[in-house]
Ligand binder design. Structure first.
Ligand SMILES: Cc1cc2nc3c(=O)[nH]c(=O)nc-3n(C[C@H](O)[C@H](O)[C@H](O)COP(=O)(O)OP(=O)(O)OC[C@H]3O[C@@H](n4cnc5c(N)ncnc54)[C@H](O)[C@@H]3O)c2cc1C
Length: 447
């Protein structure tokens, strides 16, 4: 039987960060990482394999990222274990004894009970090179591709499929707009128009009722009765936490939200921590359970879990903000925290501020984006920043990151309206027209 101080199950964003943190802050401790796939893919890079990278092998996290710190990496699947004995059993028959266990086993694609989902050429987005290659081969043979789901996974996959010449791509979204759960409606509409401009057939207020075909998929049938021809279908409607192993081990689990953890990422067992997509989260804004799963959260939770294994000054997770960015064609759309829709759903009274203007000063530079836009959202009860969106050139994602940092730092509307930012003619809007401050100032006037 092998043994180590810290056993990490899962070697993606959360697991790699956890293993590296153990080795960085508790270097005398031995670490073993196990993953149930041969290679770790860059999960957020999966869509770009199809249109831009054109090769699955270009989307791999080098193993050195996990082992460079001194951790050992193995490929095997954890299938069972005994928390009292502190032993995990693997599919190969191997058993590993640990002192501390970190579960970072991630998530899997959520698949709705759609008739026909098992037909040939119907795929979900799995973080597995074999499946990615199967999709790659199918995409290249397909002419009519239907993506079910217009959230960020479906939109990014559809946008990249559409970059391959000769493909007819349709995105089917049941809400009134794509990306509506991730960003403000007017930003979602702009993003959707970018997809349409690129030639993608975007069907909104449309739900898939069945996938038709005999052996291989032939069409997707909508609730309206319309049938869309398809020789390949990708279902991209969300991710579900991998909780079965934790449940079998006897840990407290919420089957929908994930493995229950406290603010130090500790599970119901004092020697077991969990981090990333498999761990339940609470919202930074409301403190209530939040079904948000992002690599940016996973890697920070992994870091905290690794650090906290043997630390006396443990780091506390303050809640998930949800900072997200994407690029459609030449335009970036990014958001952090709550949208106004989320405020309404959670009975949070809010006010907002907006600013649209050029991202260069003077605006005469060739690479200016005149309609760079920022929205910021504040809670009425305490004037604190709770959300924001940005769209424009590449800097829009960093604006959303600034908004995310300011949410976490507890900024009020006055703080944000008076924050000092670096500005430069060729790089940003003017100091008098810097989007985040101006949007906050607009909010201050509106409240
Ligand atoms: C197409 C796509 C695009 C995305 N884009 C973004 C983005 O732009 N930004 C962003 O922040 N997030 C994005 N995400 C979300 C992001 O990928 C996840 O939040 C992130 O991968 C979570 O990391 P994780 O380490 O918690 O879990 P995962 O990445 O799911 O990794 C889980 C690991 O556990 C292993 N494992 C599972 N079960 C076992 C077992 N029983 N035994 C051993 N090993 C096991 C797996 O092999 C894997 O190594 C995207 C997701 C997808 C699918």
């Amino acid at each position: 039987m092998k043994s180590c101080d810290v056993l990490v199950l899962g070697a993606s964003a959360a697991g790699i960060a956890a293993g590296n943190a153990v080795k960085a802050y508790h270097p005398e401790k031995s670490v073993m990482l196990f993953r149930n796939v041969e290679k770790t893919v860059v999960p957020c890079g999966i869509p770009y394999v199809y249109g831009e990278l054109k090769d699955v092998e270009k989307d791999i996290i080098p193993d050195g990222h996990a082992t460079g710190s001194g951790a050992e990496l193995f490929t095997d699947e954890a299938v069972d274990g005994d928390l009292k004995e502190k032993v995990i059993k693997f599919a190969s028959g191997e058993e590993v004894k640990y002192d501390k266990l970190i579960l970072s086993v991630g998530s899997h694609p959520f698949v709705p009970p759609l008739p026909g989902r098992d037909l040939k050429n119907v795929f979900t987005v799995k973080k597995d090179v074999k499946v990615m290659q199967e999709i790659f081969d199918a995409v290249n043979k397909a002419k009519n591709i239907v993506v079910i789901g217009g959230g960020f996974i479906g939109v990014e996959m559809g946008e990249q499929f559409n970059k391959i010449p000769g493909k007819n791509v349709t995105i089917v979204e049941m809400l009134p707009h794509c990306l509506l759960l991730a960003m403000e409606e007017e930003f979602a509409v702009m993003a959707e128009n970018k997809l349409k401009d690129a030639g993608i057939n975007v069907l909104t207020n449309a739900s898939a009722k069945a996938i038709n075909g005999t052996d291989t998929v032939e069409s997707v049938e909508l609730a309206s009765g319309e049938k869309i021809p398809a020789d390949m279908v990708l279902i991209g409607i969300g991710a579900a936490a991998n909780v079965d192993l934790a449940k079998n081990l006897g840990l407290e689990v919420d089957m929908k939200m994930g493995i229950q953890v406290d603010k130090f990422m500790q599970t119901s067992d004092p020697d077991v921590l969990a981090a990333g997509d498999c761990a339940a989260k609470v919202s930074f804004i409301t403190g209530k359970p939040a079904p948000v799963r992002l690599a940016s959260i996973a890697s920070e939770e992994g870091f905290m879990a690794g650090y906290n294994t043997y630390a006396s000054d443990k780091i506390a997770m303050k809640g998930a903000v949800g900072a997200f960015g994407t690029k459609i064609g030449d335009r970036v759309f990014a958001a952090a925290g709550f949208t106004t829709g989320m405020c309404k759903m959670n009975d949070v009274e809010y006010y907002e501020g907006n600013f649209v203007g050029p991202d260069r000063h003077p605006a005469a530079f060739d690479d200016v984006t005149m309609d760079t836009k920022v929205k910021v959202i504040f809670r009425k009860s305490d004037d604190k920043l709770i959300g924001g969106d940005a769209t424009g050139n590449l800097q829009a994602v960093e604006m959303a990151n600034v908004i995310s940092a300011c949410i976490q730092a507890g900024y009020t509307v006055k703080d944000l309206a008076t924050t000092q930012f670096a500005t430069h003619p060729k790089l940003t809007g003017s100091p008098l027209g810097y989007h985040i401050c101006q949007a906050a100032e607009n909010a201050l006037r509106n409240r």
